[in-house]
Ligand binder design. Structure first.
Ligand code: PRP
Length: 206
């Protein structure tokens, strides 16, 4: 299923991302914040486990998320601020990194780095700010599926309807949480109206 966030705070932050006058520092900060809104939605029904802790009145048991059972995986470069935001929230969850580069002529992504920890039986949350053709997300999901996770959920800031439909058709069992579904793709496979290239915007490589 595809879920789109509808909160006005999210819409307003997306507008700031689209603004070319938003500098790299603010851009990354917003991406980080949006990642938290996305994970807040994506994990709203997550099972909680009892945890014994020491309170000011002694030992007691409270509900807690088993962070060790969630693996966050990001796609470099643009996904870096997303995983930073999530690592600050889930301090005990392991993180994995994939590097892919989309060829600007063929529009196909190519994997060139895979550093993903053990995912067997775990809930994998894959983060990448952009879903344009959907090729990168499909490649990342395909690779993660070979690691035998319990489930895969993706968090994305901005997506084209075309890209989402490609991913949904290929992987109907993957839930996709998107902050903003935009209008379409242009002939160069850029999202419209979009926000440009999130990697370039984050790291001043325009
Ligand atoms: C962007 C983006 C996605 C991919 C989306 O990365 O972060 O990974 O393109 O495009 P697709 O849906 O058509 O595959 P890019 O290759 O520009 O690398 P970067 O993160 O280093 O900028």
């Amino acid at each position: 299923m595809v879920y789109q966030l509808s909160n006005p705070i999210v819409k307003s932050l997306i507008t700031s991302l689209r603004d070319v006058n938003t500098d790299a520092l603010r851009f990354k900060h917003i991406v980080m914040e949006l990642s938290r809104f996305l994970v807040y939605e994506a994990l709203k029904d997550i099972e909680m486990t009892p945890k014994v802790i020491t309170t000011w009145k002694g030992e007691d048991t409270f509900a807690s998320i088993k962070e060790e059972d969630i693996v966050f995986v990001t796609v470099l470069r643009a996904g870096m601020p997303m995983i930073e935001g999530l690592n600050n929230l889930f301090v005990s969850s392991p993180s994995g990194f994939l590097a892919m580069k989309r060829d600007e002529v063929t529009h196909k992504s190519k994997l060139y780095f895979d550093r993903v920890p053990d995912c067997k039986g775990k809930r994998v949350i894959l983060v990448d700010p952009m879903v344009a053709t959907g090729g990168s997300l499909c490649d990342a999901i395909e690779l993660l599926k070979t690691k035998d996770p319990h489930s895969i959920t993706t968090l994305n800031i901005i997506a084209s309807p075309e890209g989402l439909s490609v991913v949904q058709k290929a992987y109907g069992d993957v839930d996709i949480y998107v902050a903003q579904i935009d209008k379409s793709l242009n002939d160069d496979k850029f999202i419209l109206p979009g926000l440009g290239d999130a990697g370039d915007r984050s790291y001043n490589t325009l």
